[in-house]
Design a protein around this ligand. Structure first.
Ligand code: GLU
Length: 315
């Protein structure tokens, strides 16, 4: 891998919990363009630690879809499932500094503990701190309750602020929004927040471009980066493609999988051209290769609002 010392490092991070759809593909196209237009290095990280949700064959399918779209990367894909020891080390570091604590609460107990239902920005529920200062160790938690504990990160009061290339100055009160959040699950697996921060830090990622459904996660990741001593990357949260009901693309909106368009004989140029047009990179809808969009790419051209997909764009 050839890198110049100041070059941008980005990553594509597909979750093999299902096939890539138009929305994922558009975010990956933008992440690819942002790095390629500046001669940076692009990594591909596979977020395959989400236990039962990971689907057989989905990794190979995602890689085949990316290749078909012309979105290449510069090193072998990094599998999160192969990095358990690295996440364990990071968790140990947090434990030694008293920045995490064992928590045995179930979802129902957390909901019952709220006087009024409190939904966080990304629709989880806020943790009210029941297990903070409750157990001296994981063993003590296990002994007292007979349950395997998860680990939560202690969130101090205060606003977390960051700059996003699309959303501008963002401020989120993490203590009031999600509260102390899970960094390792009770089965010992790292939570997404911890794994993504450790990976972005370890691989010196300087730019995180992803869908803006993850905007609310970013301040939690910043807190973890600070705790683990990683520098903050540049944040670019791009709008999503949503269904007519305004919700993130999913099965209920019909088949929008890349593989489905491929199978119908739609060309990758037609698909890339459509995606580039919907997010404002080109004025006319026309077949394009990803490579043809590199010159002059500017994140500031990306539309600010979600794209509503009313019908099959290739019907
Ligand atoms: N794998 C995550 C997703 O598909 C992306 C994580 C990230 O970019 O930080 O939503």
């Amino acid at each position: 891998m050839v890198t110049s010392p100041n070059a941008a490092v980005g990553r594509l991070a597909p979750s093999p919990t299902g096939a890539l759809h138009l929305g994922n593909a558009r975010s990956f196209l933008l992440a690819w363009l942002s790095i390629r237009s500046r001669g940076g290095t692009l990594l591909c990280r596979i977020d395959d630690i989400d236990g039962p949700r990971v689907k057989e064959g989905a990794i190979d399918e995602a890689l085949a879809d990316l290749e078909w779209l012309g979105l290449d990367f510069d090193a072998e894909p990094i599998l999160q499932s192969a990095r358990a020891h690295v996440y364990d080390l990071a968790l140990d570091h947090l434990k030694q500094r008293g920045m995490v604590y064992p928590c045995v609460c179930t979802r129902t107990e957390i909901e019952r503990a709220q006087s009024a239902p409190q939904e966080s920005l990304d629709h989880g529920s806020r943790y009210p701190g029941i297990c903070r200062d409750r157990f001296a160790s994981a063993e003590a938690a296990r002994e007292a309750t007979g349950r395997d504990p998860a680990w939560r990160f202690v969130v101090d009061d205060g606003i977390v602020a960051f700059e996003d290339a699309i959303h501008g100055h963002v401020t989120i009160d993490v203590a009031a929004d999600s509260g102390d959040f899970v960094v390792a699950k009770k089965d010992g697996q790292p939570a997404y927040q911890l794994a993504t921060v450790v990976d972005d830090g370890d691989f010196s990622v300087t730019e995180v471009l992803r869908g803006d459904d993850l905007l609310a996660s970013t301040p939690r990741q910043i807190l973890l980066m600070q705790a683990l001593g990683f520098p903050e990357p540049r944040w670019i949260h791009v709008p999503l493609i949503v269904g007519a009901d305004g919700r993130r693309l999913a099965k209920r909106h019909g088949d929008t999988r890349i593989a489905w368009y491929r199978r119908r004989g739609i060309s990758s140029e037609e698909l890339i051209g459509f995606l580039a047009w919907t997010c404002g990179l080109i004025d006319e809808r026309e077949p394009r290769t990803a490579a043809s969009l590199v010159d002059g790419f500017d994140v500031q051209r990306i539309v600010r609002e979600a794209t509503v997909l009313e019908q099959d764009p290739f019907a």
